[in-house]
Design a binder for this molecule. Sequence first.
Ligand code: MRU
Length: 342
Amino acid sequence: MSTPSAVRWHDGKLLILDQRQLPGVVEYLEIDDVQGGWDAINTLAVRGAPAIGIAAGYTLVVAMAAEGRDLEAKPGQFLAQLEQYATHLESARPTAVNLSWAVRRICERAKRSANLDAIREEAEHIHEEDRAICRAIGVNGRELIKPGNGVLTHCNAGALAVSELGTATAPLYLNHQQGMPFRVYVDETRPLLQGARLTAWELSEAGMDVTLICDNMAASLMAESKIDLVIVGTDRVTRNGDVINKIGTLNLAILCAHYGIPFYVACPSSTYDPETKFGHEVTIEQRDPSEVLGESAARVPVHNPAFDVTPVNLVSAIITDRGIARPPLAVALERLLIENND
Ligand code: MRU
C-alpha cells in the first residue's frame, strides 16, 4: 500500500504522521511526552477513531518510559502516574470511544504487571489487533459492493484513520486489489476536508476511480442514480445501534432512506460502546469557530459540532470484524460483539 502509516512505532520511538499537512507535505512528529500526544490528538495531527486509540496507547508508553525504570520498583507510584497521564489523554477528544478504550486497556494491563514492558506489549497488541480488525471488515464487507457500483463515502475512514486498509475503505481496497471495477465518490467533508485532503488522496494513490464532490452534491448524484451504496466509518456505535460519525453523516443516511439506497457503517469491535445505551448520550465535540469561518470576515456566531448521531433506524447494516450485523441491529451487535467475545 502506498499510503504512509498514521502511526509508526520503531525501537521505542513514536512517530505520528502530521495529517494537518496532507496531502501536500508528508511529515512525522516525534512524540516523547504526554502533552505531545495530547496536542497531536486534539489538533488532529492524528485523527480517525482507531488511529487516536493506537497513538494514545504508545503515548502512554513513551511518557512512562521518560519517568525512568526506577518507577517500576514502586508499583503504586507507577500506577498513579500512569492514571494521571491516561486521564489527561482521554480529555484530548471526547467522542471516539477508541481513545478511552485503548487508554483503559493499557491501565488494566498495568494493574496486572506495573512495568514498561507490559504496557509496551499492550500498546503493540492494540496496534496489531487493529490491522487484523480492518482486514476482517474488508473481507466481511466485500460482498456488499458489486462490479460497476457507485460508492459514496464521507470523511476519512481510510488507511490514514487506522493501522492500514481503513474501515469503510477496507472492502474497497480488497475488491480493487482483486480487479473489480467500481467508482468511489468522496464527500469533501467540510470544514476540515478530511474527504478531499485524505480519502480522495489515498484512494486515488491506490489507483481507484475516485470523484470528489462537495458535501451538498450527494442528493443530486443520488437523484441521477449514480450512487448504489454509501459506506461510512464511525467514532462510536451505542448499544441500541445509533451511529456517531463525522458531521454530515446523518444527512447522507436521510438521503439514502429517501432514495432507497443502502446505508452501511463499518464498525471495528473497538468502536462499539455497549456501556452507552443511546447516541444522544454521547458527548459531541464542539470545535473552534475559525474552522468554519476560514477567511470569512463575517463576525457571526458559529456552530461547529465535529460529529452527528445517525439513528439506528436509518442504518441498513453494520459491517464489523466479526461479521455483518443486520436489523434488528441492537440484537445483532450484541450477538456478534459481546456473546462471540472469546
Ligand atoms: O474528526 P476526525 O477526522 O477524527 O473524524 C473521523 C471520522 O469521523 C471517521 O469516520 C471515524 O473516526 C472512523 S475512522 C475509521
